[in-house]
Design a protein around this ligand. Structure first.
Ligand code: CP3
Length: 336
């Protein structure tokens, strides 16, 4: 099976730049909101394989993106390891206290049985997608899942971790196993690329960066590759600024997704790696397209004739205008 996303990972650069968007299924689409309104509980929505398949396909039908990303959430692993999660409107995820005894005992079989509907959704989407599209499976990285597990909500207003480093490492190691199992199972069911979201890597202190970010991501890549050596893995360590160069050198992912704070001039370009993303998602909410197109051009010019997948520097926003998505996709498709 081949598609233009897998081709880039196999060193085949065509004139056509592949494109998909993080959070491409979601609240900016009326057809998503309709199905969302019928599913009060977000976790059950993710685990409803019929609805999850439908919302995965919605952006593909509308925009003909080169990849579908399975509709799910990084917090399904927290949920499957025994921590209740619910989502409050305008606040985000709220988690119940972590029961560590239970957490450390979760087995691969228990995780798989809790998430079995996610895997059947992946295999159904794979059958429904034509062969020209990639299917992206994903997971949160250990540090990011730990921040939610211990902070019990988004750490956007800061996080105060009153834990010994040895305790943090023990939790990170368990998450590393859970995440590796989950990714391998997604590939077994038809995902052909994996993306690891380390959304809160940017709040790690410099002195902990290697142990809390680089080593856990490296270990996950290693375990996935033992079972699936050919499946490309993209890392998205968000907001790590100039530490991106160290991350690439030490973690050696197949692909790196960059956020909009990455300074392209200071990026040490590595020809072995596929680059993805970069552009500010708020530009898609504006009523004039000038800045959006200029910014898209900046990334397309910088990565011209290089291994690059067009994407945003973070997830698409709920306020995004659909006509902007159409214009942007059209611009990228016709760029050369
Ligand atoms: O990209 C896709 O379309 C696939 C699905 C996907 C979702 N979440 C669905 C979702 C993916 C890849 C994610 C990843 C995710 N989830 C991350 C990493 C990426 C990032 O944004 O940094 C994180 C941190 C989460 C945790 C999470 N899930 C939060 C903080 C929230 C609430 C706030 C928000 O950003 O929407 C969610 C809910 C969520 N996950 C929604 C969707 C479509 C919105 C739910 C709704 O409809 O109300």
């Amino acid at each position: 099976m081949s598609n233009i996303i897998l081709d880039v990972f196999n060193d085949q650069i065509s004139d056509k730049v592949p494109i998909w968007f993080m959070r491409q299924a979601g609240r900016y689409l009326p057809e998503y909101k309709k199905i969302r309104s019928m599913n009060k509980d977000f976790i059950s929505f993710c685990l409803n394989s019929k609805d999850s398949m439908e919302v995965t396909m919605q952006p593909i039908r509308r925009f003909d993106f080169d990849a579908a990303i399975i509709f799910s959430d990084i917090l399904l692993i927290n949920y499957a390891s025994g921590q209740k999660v619910h989502f409050e409107e305008n606040i985000g995820p709220i988690l119940q206290k972590m029961e560590k005894e239970k957490f450390f005992k979760i087995t691969k079989e228990e995780l798989k049985s809790k998430l079995t509907n996610c895997y059947s959704s992946i295999s159904n989407v794979r059958k429904a997608l034509n062969n020209k599209k990639a299917l992206i499976g994903f997971a949160g990285s250990p540090w990011t899942l730990l921040t939610y597990a211990l902070n019990l909500k988004s750490p956007k207003n800061g996080i105060n971790l009153n834990y010994k480093k040895s305790e943090i490492i023990k939790i990170l190691n368990k998450f590393t196993d859970l995440i590796s199992w989950h990714c391998i199972e997604q590939i077994n069911n038809g995902a052909d690329v994996i993306q690891l979201f380390d959304s809160w890597a940017g709040i790690i202190k410099d002195e902990d960066f290697e142990e809390y970010c680089q080593i856990p991501n490296y270990k996950i890549i290693k375990s996935i590759k033992e079972k699936h050596p050919l499946t490309p893995i993209i890392c998205f360590p968000r907001n790590i600024k100039s530490k991106i160069n160290s991350f690439i050198k030490n973690v050696k992912p197949d692909g790196i997704s960059i956020d909009y704070n990455i300074d392209l001039q200071n990026l040490i370009y590595d020809k072995n790696i596929v680059y993805q993303g970069g552009m500010r998602p708020d530009l898609l909410t504006m009523d004039k397209e000038y800045h959006m197109i200029k910014e898209a051009e900046k990334y397309l010019n910088f990565f011209k004739k290089k291994k690059y997948i067009f994407n945003l520097g973070h997830g698409i926003l709920p306020e995004t205008r659909i006509e902007n998505v159409l214009k942007l996709v059209n611009f990228v498709r016709n760029y050369n």
